[in-house]
Ligand binder design. Structure first.
Ligand SMILES: [Zn+2]
Length: 98
């Protein structure tokens, strides 16, 4: 079991949610989350911010923590966008703003 937010393995059981799902507390970031959280729809803006941060060289775990989006979601966004494309874009931007 890993933290839905920071991907840390330092999680402990923390009672049950209202729906009776096992709840966990992350000792790394202090957040509480449930097992197999339902897929939530995040605004496109948030996805763009996440990709922008990743382009700027911010770690995925840090992005997840600061945007309060599960790590797996951030990773899927970045994967969908294509890590290589992002890195290529980064180099291009550096040349432009240089
Ligand atoms: Zn955490």
């Amino acid at each position: 079991m890993r933290c839905a937010y920071c991907n840390s393995e330092r999680v402990v059981k923390n009672g049950k949610s209202n729906q009776g799902k096992q709840r966990y507390l992350c000792k790394e970031c202090g957040r509480i989350f449930v097992e197999n959280p339902q897929r939530r729809h995040y605004p496109h803006k948030l996805k763009k911010i996440a990709i922008r941060l990743y382009t700027d060289g911010v770690e995925m775990a840090v992005i997840a923590r600061s945007l309060e989006v599960p790590y797996e979601t951030v990773r899927s966004w970045i994967r969908a966008e294509g890590e290589r494309a992002i890195k290529k874009n980064r180099i291009k931007e550096e040349k432009v703003t240089g």
